[in-house]
Structure formats: C-alpha cells, structure tokens
Design a protein around this ligand. Sequence first.
Ligand code: ADP
Ligand code: MG
Length: 287
Amino acid sequence: ATPTALLVGTGRGAQLGILIKGPEVLESTRRVDTVVLDKTGTVTTGRMTLLAVHTADGEDETEVLRLAGALEHASEHPVARAVAAGAEERVGPLPGAEGFENVPGRGVRGRVEGREVAVGRLFDEVPEELVRARERAERAGRTAVVVGWDGRARGVLAVADTVKGTSAEAVRQLRALGLTPVLLTGDNRTVAAAVAAEVGIGEVIAEVLPEDKVDAVRRLQREGRVVAMVGDGVNDAAALAAADLGLALGTGTDAAIEAGDLTLVRGDLRAAADAIRLSRRTLATIK
Ligand code: ADP
Ligand code: MG
C-alpha cells in the first residue's frame, strides 16, 4: 500500500467528520458485507421521555411514579433518566434510595422508604392488565418497564425514544453499498422490530444481554460474514473491538470510542456509509 494515498484518505475522513485511528484501519473495510447497528443511542437519539403510566388494579399511580423515579435517579441509563425526569415532573421532589443495584440489560433494584423496589425486566409474574399495557406500548415501538415493590409488579411505564432523522437515509446508503444492515439491541424484540421497520432494516437481533452483544457479532463472523459494528454505549465496547471494523459514535461513551477503529464525530449514521465509501475509494487509488 502507498502510505501517501492512505494518509490522504484519513485527511478526507477528518473533513467528513470521521476520525480514523490509523491508516491501516481502511484496509479492514474492504471486505465488510454486514453492518451491525446498536439501537439505543445509535439508530435512535437515546434521549427518551416518559409517555405513559399504567397501574395494576388497586395501585396508586403517584406511588408507582415516586418509587420508580427515586430508584432510577441513581442510574445513568437512558430509560432511567426518562423515568426519573418524568416522575419528578409529575409528582414533585423524589425520596432518596438506598442499596442501589444496577442489573445490566435488565434494570435496577434498591430500597426506597423501606420498600424493596425494582424497575425494568425483573418480575417473573406480571398481572394480566399490565402485560396488555406493556404489549400495546411495545407494538408502538416504545420501551416498557415494569415497576414493583415487595415482590409485586404494580405498574408499567412506557418510554419513547426517537429514531434519528438521518438513520433511514443512512441505512438506504449502506444497502446501496451492498451491505446488509442488522439491528442489535438489549431491548424487547417487538420494540426492536418496530424501529427496524421504521428505518428499513430487515434483520434483527434483540433481547441480547450487554455481555452477549460480542457473541452476536462473533456468531455472524462464524457464518462467514465480515462485520462492521456501529455503537455508542459501554455495552457496545466489546462488540466494537471484536468486529472486523468498529465504528464508535463521537456522541457516545469513552469506552466505545476507545474500542472502535473509527469515530463518527457527529453521531450521524450517514458518516458510516461515508467511511466505507471513502476507504473503498482510497484503496482503489492504491491498487
Ligand atoms: P440497548 O442494547 O438498546 O442499548 P440495554 O442493554 O442497555 O439496551 O437495556 C436493555 C433493556 O433492559 C432496556 O430496554 C430495559 O427494558 C432494561 N433496562 C436496562 N437498564 C434499565 C434501567 N435502568 N431501568 C429500567 N429498565 C432498564
Ligand atoms: Mg446504545
């Protein structure tokens, strides 16, 4: 390879808002045929808002919001931020929480006002009316979390994320480059399917625990696919490192940026297509 051509490629990358770790990175994009896209914060903005509260028969809505909000206040997760902010807005100042525990990919647990509270996907038994509320929310593409305390599920909170305005166009461009897009998420499969349909992705891998995202990438590689992974979260870092090409969003976490080969500075997925187009062009110049 001619070093000058590669360096020109990296300089053009910077103009496009793509930071490349080293010129050798461009080599690995040559054979990429699959682009795995994380959902929350990558395809979507990750800025979630609390839309609706559903309670089980006999439960008090204010209490569901207060205890869920108090607990989620201690978490950085996008769902947690939406719940805490939405609860505070609706019911006012929230009590403190003790013994806070984060269960990755599932939710949070802790004590609020002497009660053992949990929020997320942490209840095995959920009353029928809440199951229906959850399913309705998920079919609409919303993330639904169950709130409960002292061993009983008492409410469902529906949280909405927004697909980035540029994501559908980015997916169209990736397809035009001959790449197969795959949506990868820890979220529920119904929500994932709704988001995938909205942006034009046909292949979905959902309900994947944070530590299993890397296995999902490896499984595709074992099928003989050459995989680019695009992600923003701490839970994407291992998958970004394992992928043949890791693209981290500049709007994402430090862990993701460190693990990636490229950084898409503006968090706009169209830059993923730009990166692949640029490296193909640069490599063509060299040959
Ligand atoms: P993604 O892969 O889309 O970034 P995560 O793996 O972080 O999603 O989370 C998967 C699911 O786990 C969420 O959709 C939610 O149902 C649940 N969850 C995770 N953290 C929390 C939390 N702090 N509060 C409530 N639910 C949570
Ligand atoms: Mg994410």
